[in-house]
Design a protein around this ligand. Structure first.
Ligand code: NAP
Length: 302
């Protein structure tokens, strides 16, 4: 039996593992995809205190090495159920069963879909959710980015360096992301802002041939002739599998305060999957520390 079972190997989960191992506890991390979570898709991290500039990938790799060198075990298995029986947590995965004295949910969030015609059918055939991963396939071609947050702005910046024209489609006339990036983008000759506009459908039979958008103020529609559509409209949580043991808020995030405790004693929650206002690397790492120390305190009290 492990002391702590951590579900998710993003910044919150890996930070929790570091704190648990350093407190002398054994930690196993269960991860359905690759380690690092969403940060691996960020080309440059400039706002993590103490690190002037690094890539998201390098940041994630360092965190992973730090956690595993301290003794944490990482298993690439998707956790599908958590139950507490006779004071012991049973965590079922697609490959087996783990027992632990405490559990930390650090499941992060996944990409929100637009839910428009053509999106699902053309995913992988021109529709992408990761400019850093797929941008290279669109070298010299025209693309659209949908969204107005930092991810969309950064995606547009990456794509502007690779592609022909980049249309940045946002549903309002003010961006949610950082002004500094908006200014840099507005100075790029190949970037066009398509504001007050919502995507209506992705056009194309086998490959994307365009993105139809509608101006919400004039109701006029136009088709942007693009080969790629990069969707960056935020994230949604993925906690339904754990709703038996943790209360979810109306949006599906695990309901918990800054102490990272849930309604089940010994079950903690960290990072983007928790109800919170600010979802950043720093707050994910902070949650990792808070949840792991709380888990250690709980285990010591058993
Ligand atoms: P976000 O900040 O939630 O932005 C999502 C954007 O998508 C918003 O502009 C939103 O419009 C738009 N949107 C949402 N649903 C939509 C829909 N159905 N159709 C059209 N547009 C839609 O998400 P994010 O950009 O992924 O960022 C997530 C968090 O990570 C943020 O806290 C962000 O600051 C952070 N982040 C930081 C960095 C960095 O610091 N380097 C990089 C990336 C992300 P509205 O604005 O109208 O709501």
């Amino acid at each position: 039996m492990y002391d702590v079972c951590i579900i998710g190997a993003g910044p919150a989960g890996l930070s929790a593992a570091i704190y648990a191992q350093r407190a002398g506890k054994t930690a196993v991390i269960l991860e359905a995809a690759g380690y690092g979570g969403q940060i691996i898709n960020t080309p440059e991290v400039e706002n993590y205190p103490g690190l002037k500039r690094t890539s998201g990938f390098e940041f994630a790799r360092n965190l992973y090495e730090q956690a595993t060198e301290l003794g944490a075990e990482l298993k690439y298995e998707k956790a599908v159920k958590v139950a507490k029986e006779n004071g012991v947590f049973q965590v079922a995965t697609t490959a087996g069963l783990y027992e632990a004295k405490a559990v930390i949910l650090a499941t992060g969030a996944k990409n929100r879909k637009l839910g428009i015609d053509g999106e699902e059918k053309l995913t992988g055939s021109g529709v992408s959710y990761c400019a850093t991963c797929d941008g290279n396939f669109f070298r010299g071609r025209d693309v659209a980015v949908v969204g107005g947050g930092n991810t969309a702005l950064e995606d547009a910046e990456v794509l502007a360096g690779l592609c022909g024209k980049v249309f940045l489609v946002h549903r309002r006339d003010q961006f949610r992301g950082d002004e500094k990036t908006v200014k840099r983008l507005s100075e790029k000759e190949n970037v066009t802002f398509v504001l007050d506009s919502v995507p209506v459908c992705v056009e194309g039979d086998f490959m994307v041939s365009g993105l139809r958008v509608r101006n919400v103020k004039t109701d006029e529609e136009q088709v942007l002739p693009v080969a790629g559509v990069f969707v960056a409209v935020g994230q949604v949580p993925d906690n339904q599998d754990f709703s038996d043991v943790a209360e979810l808020d109306p949006a599906g995030y695990v309901a918990a305060g800054e102490d990272c405790t849930t309604r089940t004693e010994g079950l903690f929650v960290a990072g983007d999957c928790r109800t919170k206002k600010v979802r950043q690397l720093t707050t994910a790492a902070a949650d990792g520390a808070v949840s792991a120390l709380a888990a250690c305190e709980y285990i010591n009290s058993l």
